[in-house]
Design a protein around this ligand. Sequence first.
Ligand SMILES: *[C@@H]1O[C@H](CO)[C@@H](O)[C@H](O)[C@H]1NC(C)=O
Length: 623
Amino acid sequence: MKVKVLLLVLPIMVFAILMCLSKMKWRGCCQYVTPNCDPWSPSKCNNKLIGARAVGSIGSPDDETGHGTHVASTAGGTRVYNAGVLGQARGVAVGMAPRAHLAMYKICTANKDHKNECTDHDILGGIDQAINDGVDVLSLSIDTPKDHMEEDSVVKATFAGLKKGILASACAGNGGMFPSRLVNDVPWILTVGASSMDRVVKATVKLGNGMELEGQSAYQPSSFSSSTMLELIYPGEIVKNDFNRACKSASLNFFDLKGKIVVCETWLTNDIAKSEAVKKHGGAAMILLSQSWDGFTTFSEAHVIPTAHLNHVDSLKVVSYFRTEANPTTTIIFGGTKEGVRRSPAVGSFSSRGSSLRNGGILKPDIIGPGVDILAAWNKQVGPDPSGSDDSAFNFAHGCSMATPMLAGIIALLKSTHTDWSPAMIKSAIMTTAHTTDRTGQPIADEKSNTYDKASFFAMGAGHVDPTRANDPGLVYNTTLEDYFGYLCSLKQLSDFSIGIITRQRAFHCADYVKIEPEQLNYPSISVSMNNALVKKITRTVINVGQSNSVYKVEVDDPEGVSLKVDPESLTFSQMYEEKSFTVTFNAKIPHPFKGEYSKGQLVWKSNGLKEYAVRSPISVQF
Ligand SMILES: *[C@@H]1O[C@H](CO)[C@@H](O)[C@H](O)[C@H]1NC(C)=O
């Protein structure tokens, strides 16, 4: 069965959709300007890209920024041999669901700063069109924060998708530096955060005092001499202001950068714009320093001059060297591509974190997937390429935009192997099989912490996606449309009228539905608010999708401040698709954490039959 992927285009984000039906169901087209499927000239569609549309007043489906191309190839790109970026990270590039068909919907346009701008109207129009065209999966690399659900086009459009059995993978956001700046957090969306990988493209800074600091850059010209120490200049320390720190091009006019290595900070402008500004002013190279909230997350980007991007801890060493040394000097030593040298996966510092402020306390993000230095197709050559090779166009990019199509591709794969699974079952399979330890066996770390602290559930949700395990989860948590209506009705901030807008049902009445509090929704993760109560009890129901005859036993790690009792403690199944319910009782302990604080634990159903399953739900308790 082939899977179709649809993509829409935006830079802070894009959106893709995958499908698993045959192309027969497909009603989309390659459309240029007019609404009646006039060909995109000359037709750029083929058996891979089966649909492309420009939505609303957007003129053409062409990708102006590279973002849409990158996310599309990540979701469903076919195998490309010898791919690389400026000669680095060479190898086979392939999307998550390489046999998927793709359709792309351009819902944003590039503004003069090369950032995408998207209107709510076009977002809604684009996703509606995609659903109407017959896509199977939505990949929404979109980050358009809205305080109210009823104003949020993604909420409305994905609800319509849900009614047709379409699961959306969507960005948690790139607002990691702020607390609770999380988007796309409704329970019917798979909300995706970004993790880093074990690969670095090494660029080591050597300071005049002999200290060596390991950074990254994709641009590694052999013509750059690492044996010559050059003068180090730091505009943001010489005249302290934000523009100088950021190396805004105009502010660099006041400095003589010729032949020097220039220190710039991650701030205000994007990283490539900084290396372009330094180049324009005659600088020989750039050292890019990270802010405290950037933590350990560095990028191997396609810079235009020799560059080394340092993590925050190492950045501070450059600052103190510059401040204390009368004649500071430095050089950069390029080390090429190295794998297995970065602690991974770890949560990218920029990845948005919960708690979610508008979904009634449901734990978000749901999952993390690779979203740092992702190599995928690009809309044009980047460079200069020091190897002079004519690589087809690939680039590294980072963001929840890159993690989202990874998960969309995985959804497409699961959908093609489990054609009868509902969106909630697919989501459950992905979440309950996620892993919480990294390649070294330690707990997944948070790169935002400058000491590699263990990532909290608000950073990584259920954990890091494991596609193979997700394909055979043992048990799944299902949710019906009625459940979501009942859930919406329990949210105090929503009136019947607002729910009517979200679900696009006229004359909607909560009186027609059984209210389901957020903590009672049959969700694969568990969040409970004690809110001064001494006892709380929730119910969950699982469906057996593993072995027909199987016995599961519960294992619980109590969150601090409560003791948990699960009833029953064992579930026995004798056939496939059999359902079993259980309750979890939360008994508050004295003393327990202060009001408003969170603690966390987990509940795992384990079976040791012919196959071993572990079906894990993270538990978050708010006091
Ligand atoms: C899961 O829920 C959907 C409704 O959302 C329903 O159609 C489907 O039958 C359920 N699956 C199982 C196995 O119960």
